[in-house]
Design a protein around this ligand. Structure first.
Ligand code: ARG
Length: 463
């Protein structure tokens, strides 16, 4: 059996750590993902230590060269991490010592793992924000493409899962574009708030060395440095904010999924998904299930779970750093992986979606969905809207009792309930006329939706 390596912090200890404790407390099995951020941060720190004369220029150079070669090996998958060395920070330091010897021991001057890990996560999360925003834009492009290609297709618009008013399919699709646009804003906004370097805060109280924190901030691409060392080592707001943005994003994807699952159902039959993103049943040979959409809907729960984990982790936690905070990483990593995979699969699902426009169209005027248009016609004849509403309501009641749709009523049947009615009221009964009339900005008329799509394209191009 290999003898246990001495821990980097073992000075005051007379006994080794129990194996069970090692397994219990290690984080290397997941925080190895921070390797690049950790090493990049350490390089900037070592360069600063050298340039401020806190360590010699030679040691600084030895350390940074060593770190670069370690990063290269890690990227090439050559490195095996050691569980007994706890976490990524200790593992990197041990690797550095193997590579450059004693000088490695000077890297940890004027810092602590507490400000180090806070820095690593921020650096890592900057990359995650970028990746997520890019994937959101890719999905938005698919939405804009579909909306553009299907401009003119009419579907029933719903409230309370009841036919409400006819809308353009493109209008319905573009609703999701704007949700995603806000999501991108939320990610960018949370980045703005965490774009400050905590390194240099030490364990909690700051450092006695004449460090240059701004130099490190510039080297790592942060907008500035944090103001309070105690706050810096204990703050995980930025993870909560990221996960809140992630949760809201998943809410949107989940709602979109639900819509697609409905459209794809046997009863609706409005949308057909490509074989690539559907799966069969092990027992029912006829099945082709919308699993991609269902899984996105399901994985939403998992991302919410990550947010709740982080909030609960910090609730009532005494200042400053406590080991509890190590539990911030698994939910975060899981959520980052999940949201990005969901965004990618969604884009692929939309790439291959086909719409049965006839079916959508024939459903669109059903359920008395043009009743508001009749009321609007009366308002134009100077009838107060409330009265118009009542008149059309009684007409709908009559049609429902007769088992007819509004467009199936004769002019005589209409006039019997609405004495003011003139022949042109019949033109208001079709889904097309209903959609075409909604020309106010933001409405579902083809010209308005076209403008919406143009605006959306400009936004994407301007990124
Ligand atoms: N692995 C630890 C974490 O993720 C790093 C910080 C450890 N600090 C400490 N004082 N034990 O939080």
């Amino acid at each position: 059996m290999q003898e246990q390596k001495k821990k980097l912090w073992a000075g005051r200890f007379s006994k080794g750590t129990a194996k069970l404790m090692e397994r219990f407390s290690e984080s290397i099995s997941y925080d190895y993902r921070l390797a690049e951020a950790d090493i990049t941060g350490s390089i900037a720190h070592a360069e600063m230590l050298g340039s401020c004369g806190i360590i010699s220029k030679e040691d600084s150079a030895l350390i940074t060269e060593g770190l670069r070669s370690i990063l290269k090996d890690i990227k090439q998958g050559k490195t095996e991490f050691d569980e007994s060395a706890e976490d990524i920070h200790m593992n990197v330091e041990l690797l550095l010592r193997e590579r450059i010897g004693e000088a490695a021991g000077r890297l940890h001057t004027a810092r602590s793992r507490n400000d180090q890990v806070a820095t690593d996560i921020r650096l890592f999360l900057k990359g995650a924000v970028k990746e997520t925003r890019t994937n959101i834009s890719a999905l938005q492009k698919e939405i804009v493409r579909l909306a553009g290609e299907n401009l003119g297709a009419i579907m029933p618009g719903f409230t309370h899962t009841q036919h409400a008013q006819p809308v353009l399919l493109s209008h319905e699709l573009m609703a999701f574009f704007w949700m995603l646009q806000r999501d991108k804003g939320r990610f960018a906004d949370c980045l703005k708030r965490f774009d400050y370097l905590p390194l240099g805060s030490g364990a909690l109280a700051g450092t006695t060395f004449p460090i240059d924190r701004s130099m490190v901030a510039r080297a790592l691409g942060f907008a500035g440095i944090t103001e309070n060392s105690i706050d810096s080592v204990s703050d995980r707001d930025f993870i909560s904010e990221f996960l809140a943005a992630a949760s809201i994003l998943m809410t949107h994807l989940s709602r979109f999924s639900e819509e697609i699952i409905f459209w794809n159902s046997t009863e609706f039959g409005w949308a057909v998904l490509d074989d690539e993103v559907t799966t069969g049943s092990s027992i029912m040979p006829q099945k082709k299930n919308p699993d991609a959409a269902e899984l996105v809907r399901g994985k939403t729960a998992r991302v919410y779970g990550a947010l709740i984990s982080l909030l609960t982790l910090q609730k009532g936690l005494i200042l400053s750093y406590n080991r509890d905070l190590q539990e911030d990483k698994e939910p975060l990593f899981d959520a980052i992986g999940t949201i990005n995979m969901c965004l990618e699969i969604f884009a692929l699902m939309l790439e291959g979606i086909a719409f049965n426009k006839e079916k959508m169209r024939s459903a669109a005027a059903k359920g008395f969905s043009t009743a508001t248009d009749l009321a609007d016609w009366l308002v134009r004849k100077n009838v107060p809207f409330r009265e118009a509403h009542a008149m059309v309501g009684s007409l709908v009641g009559y049609a429902a009792a007769e088992g007819k749709e509004l467009y199936e009523l004769s002019f005589e049947e209409i006039r019997a309930r609405i004495p003011l009615a003139e022949k042109d009221i019949l033109d208001k009964l079709s889904a097309e006329s209903s959609v075409n009339a909604r020309t106010a900005p933001g409405g579902t008329a083809p010209a308005s939706v076209k403008k919406q799509i143009e605006d959306a394209k400009k936004l994407l191009e301007g990124e």
